[in-house]
Design a protein around this ligand. Structure first.
Ligand code: 6PG
Length: 473
């Protein structure tokens, strides 16, 4: 193959994401190559009959078809397969070549792979890719981290294939080593929290307000035209209108109420715990997906404790829908704020050199958590890129304060009526503790010292202290 005809980009893993991303790259005039060990997938790629896309069943031929330094992206399931593919790639690539892991790898794996590959002279990028199949085809949001020089080499391609918001591509160098996958993991944690809030909203609408599908569809439709405009509200609106051909009811009603999870939300909770940083809205979202899986247990319990949900209003109470919208806005801000706080803390601990304004900028389009509100978050970090917590920004403060009535009403009424709104409740309690100069945790310190001599600190006095709380004699 003549040098000028060689492929500018190689993809390993030709599932829908890999194939769509390649087509997106080809749309921008680049010659590209795809490899998969499943020959049907290679055939499917070649059957697209795109002049500048070439599918290979042989990894050697695939590698030979690439321009140097060769750029190869993997879009394969996270875990051991990634290590296996890297091993195979090292046989056919040369020092200086670029390997990109575009899957949802755990950041600890990316950290290890980065260090190992660096030692061997390869350039490694761990890159979060968000936006699902449609995003891959039309413009994803991408969060690359790792070797900066390598990023600069592939940046022109990535900028072209990304989504664009106000002319800006939704891709930027996130930071060192595993920073890209850490950022993507937190993205997913926020995704879990917002999805949980939306499902609780559904519960309030159907069980608390007795609303029918069409009316629920209209609520999400209206919200999506206002300040809650976001991808997740938009798809929810559509789900509340989707009927299978030949049926006169929503497909949603046939779907089991047991939510799956590939694990990125759990990783976010775990990573936060390792840093002693609170992200309770993400924790609760993970836990509620887990609880949903205990269907039989829930059925048994429902017999023992019959449903006590009571309806507050019948259908179409616009005043209450506005209250609920306020509660949602408040809690959604909390979900983003807790995720961003985790990024702030991780940046200190892991020295990623993250730029929180850039992260918000990249999340404004292409990804699953894209929303109108990300403009406000971006503005907050643009004003102060070292902002420790979003709640401390003046505009965010105003947004929260305006919506106190909504969140308090929804949480308290739901509690009285037996309607579960755990994420809304957590958003409110997190806030009420967050803004407390004094938490009741002095008591926990006293208890720890009482039963375990763990000592305590005193206000206005240096040192640690222990008390013999009870006369043991
Ligand atoms: C994205 C999504 C994606 C994720 C799925 C499933 O940003 O495009 O976050 O990366 O894999 O949405 O995640 P769960 O199976 O954990 O729900």
């Amino acid at each position: 193959m003549k040098k000028e005809n060689k492929n500018a980009f190689g993809m390993i893993g030709l599932g829908t994401m890999g194939s769509n991303l390649l087509q997106n790259i080809a749309d921008h005039g680049y010659n590209c190559a795809g490899y998969d060990n499943d020959s049907e997938k290679v055939d499917a790629l070649n059957n697209l009959n795109r002049e500048n896309i070439h599918g290979f069943s042989d990894i050697n031929d695939f590698a030979k078809s690439l321009k140097s330094p060769k750029t190869v992206m993997m879009l394969v399931p996270a875990g051991k397969i990634v290590d296996k593919v890297i091993e195979e790639l090292l046989e056919v690539l040369a020092k200086g070549d670029i390997i990109i892991d575009g899957g949802n790898s755990h950041f600890n794996d990316t950290e290890r792979r980065y260090r190992e590959l660096e030692k061997k002279g390869f350039q490694f990028i761990g890159m979060g890719v968000s936006g699902g199949e449609e995003g891959a085809r039309k413009g994803p949001s991408m969060m690359p981290g790792g070797n900066k020089e390598a990023y600069e080499t592939v940046e022109p391609i990535l900028k072209k294939i990304a989504a664009h918001v106000n002319g800006d591509p939704t891709v930027a160098y996130m930071g060192e080593r595993s920073a890209g996958h850490f950022v993507k993991m937190v993205h997913n944690g926020i995704e879990y929290a917002i999805m949980q809030l939306i499902s609780e909203t559904y519960e309030v609408l159907r069980s608390g307000l007795n609303m029918k599908d069409e009316a629920i569809h209209k609520v999400f439709e209206k919200w999506n035209r206002g300040r809650l405009q976001s991808y997740l509200i938009e798809i929810t609106r559509d789900i509340f209108a989707y009927k299978e051909k030949g049926t006169d009811y929503l497909l949603l009603h046939d779907i089991k109420d047991e939510a799956d999870a590939k694990g990125t939300g759990k990783w976010t909770s775990q990573a936060a715990k390792d840093l002693n940083l609170p992200v309770p809205i993400i924790d609760i979202a993970v836990s509620m997906r887990n609880l949903s899986k205990y269907k039989n247990l829930r059925i048994s319990a429902s017999r023992l404790y019959p449903d006590s949900r009571s309806v507050k209003h019948d259908d179409k109470d616009d005043g209450y829908i506005h209250t609920l919208e306020q509660a949602f806005y408040f809690s959604m801000i909390s979900a983003y704020a807790q995720g961003m706080h985790l990024l702030y803390r991780a940046n200190e601990e892991y020295d990623y050199k993250l730029k929180l304004d850039l992260i918000a900028k990249v999340w404004r389009g292409g990804c699953i958590i894209r929303s109108k509100f990300l403009e406000n978050i971006y503005a907050a970090y643009k004003e102060n890129s070292n902002l420790e917590h979003l709640f401390l920004n003046d505009d965010i403060h105003k947004s929260l304060a305006e919506n106190f009535p909504g969140i308090r009403t929804v949480v308290s009424e739901a509690a009285l009526r037996g309607i579960a709104v755990p994420a809304f409740s957590v958003a409110l309690s997190y806030f009420d503790n967050f803004r407390s100069k004094e938490m009741p945790t002095n008591l926990i310190q006293a208890q720890r010292d009482y039963f375990g001599s763990h000592t305590y600190e005193l206000q206005g006095k240096k040192g640690t202290f222990h008390t013999q709380w009870k006369d043991m004699g």
